[in-house]
Design a protein around this ligand. Structure first.
Ligand SMILES: Nc1ncnc2c1ncn2[C@@H]1O[C@H](COP(=O)(O)OP(=O)(O)O)[C@@H](O)[C@H]1O
Ligand SMILES: [Mg+2]
Length: 298
């Protein structure tokens, strides 16, 4: 099978992509990069032509399946929809994309994820999202200690804590001047200052790690220290339900334990796994590639 790895031409951060490429080849298939910012779609009658420029050469792209890792740092709405529809075209032309782009988009968006999980009855932190700075200010005042997040980000980047609603007022005012929505979440005291990352592939939990924070942020890239965690029934049930609710083929689900029970922060549809692989001895790439091939043959 010909399997694509969807990312941007300047992507250097995603460690997981190396594991995926190696695993595709180990399982006897061909791997190639599909650089979404170097792709072209030709529309002419019913057959859509997909091609990509590689150095100075343009080549036709024909993939049986693809793994969606990264669509890049988006600066413009048209750029966003263009990249999404490039992947959608791959799907329309018969490639099984994992995670499917229509599910990858909401799962990569913290606001869309929380709305969806909350509606399905899953526990999520109290959150207010708005473009109005006064609404943001009122939420920061109510929560007292709040966490502000970009809607689309990862690795703990741009996630910060605010304890002063008047400082929040100034920051939110600046956000609205930049046309940035405000996403304010109640700060939760996490048991042992850590949280769980549970990895689900298909219907199964393949492993779980506990990430203990050096600061209140527990991301490995923020200095968090991983250790292997026991997959309790409760953790597995939450992670699988969250993954299914978001219609994902696989996900890294972040779950914190507090004195009021468990809370889900996010369902990451293209997670990193450096720490996870080390402490659990499980390589998510192996499971993801196997699942993709099964689905693509389906
Ligand atoms: N509401 C919160 N209360 C306490 N800690 C939080 C909260 N939200 C996020 N964190 C911490 O910050 C980390 C990063 O937040 P997260 O929402 O997972 O964003 P990212 O996509 O950057 O990983 C989480 O793993 C968690 O440790
Ligand atoms: Mg996270």
């Amino acid at each position: 099978m010909r399997i694509g790895l969807i990312t941007t031409s300047d992507d250097t951060r995603h460690g997981g992509i190396k594991d995926l490429k190696a695993e595709i080849e180990r399982q006897g298939h061909t791997a190639s990069f599909f650089h979404i910012d170097k792709a072209g779609i030709r529309i002419k009658r019913k057959e859509l032509g997909i091609f990509m420029i590689d150095g100075k050469k343009t080549r036709k792209v024909d993939l049986d399946a693809a793994l969606l890792r990264n669509i890049g740092v988006i600066k413009d709405y048209e750029q966003f929809v263009h990249r999404i529809w490039v992947v959608m075209t791959l799907e329309l032309e018969g490639s099984r994309v994992m995670n499917r782009v229509e599910n990858w988009v909401p799962a990569s968006d913290k606001f869309a994820t929380l709305v969806t999980l909350a509606k399905a009855g899953l526990p999520v932190p109290e959150t207010v999202s708005s473009e109005d700075f006064f609404i943001g200010y009122e939420a920061a005042k109510e929560f007292r200690s709040s966490v502000i997040k970009p809607l689309r980000s990862g690795l703990g980047l741009g996630v910060f804590k605010l304890d002063d609603p008047d400082a929040a007022m100034h920051i939110f005012n600046a956000f609205t001047s930049l046309n940035k929505p405000i996403y304010v979440q109640k700060f939760l005291e996490k048991k042992n200052n850590g949280d769980y990352r549970v990895v689900v592939v298909g219907d199964e939990v393949i492993g779980a790690e506990f990430r203990k924070g050096v600061t209140w942020k527990t991301n490995i890239s923020q200095g968090g220290i991983p250790s292997k965690a026991k997959i309790t029934d409760e953790l597995a049930d939450l992670a699988i339900r969250a993954t299914k609710t978001m219609n994902l083929d696989f996900a890294g689900v972040d779950i914190a334990e507090t004195k009021n029970g468990y809370f889900i922060f996010e369902t990451n549809p293209s997670m990193a796994w450096t720490g996870f692989k080390e402490v659990t001895g499980v390589n998510p790439a192996e499971h993801i590639v196997r699942h993709l091939i099964k689905e693509a043959k389906g």
